[in-house]
Design a protein around this ligand. Structure first.
Ligand code: SF4
Length: 80
């Protein structure tokens, strides 16, 4: 994970959300190919995935399946 990545990041189509009127759920939902119903209504929590790296997503990045856990879905968890 600490290696310098050499591949180019792939842009996602569409426009970013209106920062004045953010959606209730994940701000990427309208443009995300992996979005599930929960993404539209609940903001995902930030969770550590490796030292110094955190991800906020309702879908498991390794399996591309919805995460099997609870949570209130309202904002990021405390950092630290
Ligand atoms: S929570 Fe994850 S899967 Fe859902 S819209 Fe956001 S980035 Fe996509």
């Amino acid at each position: 994970m600490d290696e310098l990545r050499k591949e180019r990041l792939q842009p996602i189509e569409g426009l970013p959300p209106d920062l004045i009127d953010l959606p209730a759920g994940c701000p990427f939902e309208a443009r995300c190919a992996y979005a599930i119903d929960k993404c539209r209504t609940d903001l995902p929590h930030l969770e550590p995935v490796s030292p110094g790296h955190r991800i906020a997503c309702w879908v498991d990045v390794m399996t591309q399946a919805p995460k099997q856990r609870g949570g209130n879905g309202h904002g990021a968890e405390p950092q630290g």
